[in-house]
Ligand binder design. Structure first.
Ligand SMILES: [Ca+2]
Ligand SMILES: [Ca+2]
Length: 344
């Protein structure tokens, strides 16, 4: 498992919003199109995800009950635009959406797009459904327009930069690449959804969400009301979930979760700036403690900036071992943050 199960998101309907002709058909199930001409719909996750973190999702798709005359298919879409939707018909609600990454499940052969005659999957970019512009594919799959739910598993391993699609428990297609840089212009924050469409040929398209696990679920991370109130009133706060490991490079999951809270608070209060102070006491000398605290705080500041907080709003200070806490008031090694109003 890529993502620790403790942060597995419980799938709840409130986490999604529907577009087009989508209707809810069950607890976690939606019909995206009618078996009718030029029908289209989509279901989108309310919260953006962070592609610098791994995710896994399991969904079941019902691609229709007509094999010979059934069309057009569905696309798993990732894009910075909330609820973005592309062209219908052969575009499957994805065509024209830029920047974007899509995994298509295409059930209709459009010869001019380079579609194979069989149902097929492909990994697409920037709303191009023509296979000449594929990142990967097209890969033919067994007929999926059989009135049955099929299990689709999509996983993104952020470290290996590998996106994988499994269909009915067999790996079908994968793409390895720096998606954040190459497709999303260094912005790791994207929305995701599933779109479907029909055209001159038709099928009913349905989806059920089974399991979703995101390590980087951005806007769900909020401080408790009490902590938020303290911060907004200018009280310094020790973020005791921020920890640094001597052994591992990079920030721990709990540290990142804590920083997401700070990112959200800063985004919601654009007039405020933040000081982040790291205090270090574990090294042999005062110089080494100073050095260590500066390295630590630089990592924290870089995280905030990467997630859209302007550099000038972040004052990061390595305090070394100059300021121990009072007896009995917690660990000397700590990270303190303080929000303040910028003077204009
Ligand atoms: Ca097609
Ligand atoms: Ca088929």
């Amino acid at each position: 498992m890529l993502v620790p199960s403790s942060i597995a998101a419980q799938v709840v309907a409130e986490d999604f919003f529907a577009t087009g002709q989508t209707t809810r058909t069950g607890e976690n199930c939606y019909q995206l199109t009618y078996d009718d001409y030029w029908s289209s719909g989509g279901i989108w996750h309310q919260e953006p995800i962070d592609l610098s973190e791994s995710f896994e999702m399991e969904l079941k798709l019902m691609m229709g009950c007509k094999d010979a005359g059934g069309a057009d298919g569905m696309v798993f879409v990732f894009t910075p635009f909330r609820g973005g939707g592309g062209y219908q018909g052969e575009g499957m609600g994805f065509a024209g959406l830029q920047p974007s990454l899509g995994i298509e499940v295409d059930t209709w052969e459009n010869e001019h797009l380079g579609d194979p005659p069989q149902d097929h999957v492909a990994i697409l970019r920037d709303g191009y459904v023509m296979h000449y512009y594929n990142l990967e594919g097209p890969v033919p799959i067994p007929n999926v327009e059989d009135c049955k739910l099929h299990l689709f598993e999509i996983s993104w391993n952020a470290e290996a930069q590998k996106l994988t699609l499994r269909l009915d428990e067999a790996e079908i297609i994968s793409y390895t690449g720096d998606i954040v840089t190459e497709i999303f212009y260094d912005n790791p924050e994207v929305y995701w959804g599933v779109t479907a469409a029909t055209g001159k040929f038709t099928n009913r398209h349905e989806i059920c969400f089974e399991r979703l696990e995101f390590a980087g679920l951005i806007r769900k991370s909020l401080f408790t009301r009490v902590l938020q109130s303290k911060l907004l009133h200018g009280e310094p706060l020790t973020l005791d979930k921020i920890t640094f490991s001597e052994k591992e490079a990079g920030l721990s999951r709990t540290t990142r979760e804590e920083l997401y809270k700070l990112v959200n608070l800063l985004k919601r209060n654009p007039d405020l700036r933040v000081t982040i102070d790291a205090h270090s006491f574990q090294q042999a000398t005062t110089d080494a403690n100073g050095q260590r605290s500066r390295e630590q705080v630089a990592q924290l500041a870089a995280f905030l900036i990467k997630h859209g907080i302007e550099e000038k709003r972040v004052l990061a200070r390595g305090m070394g071992d100059r300021f121990p806490v009072k007896e009995g008031e917690g660990s000397n090694d700590r990270v303190e943050v303080h929000l303040y109003q910028a003077r204009t």
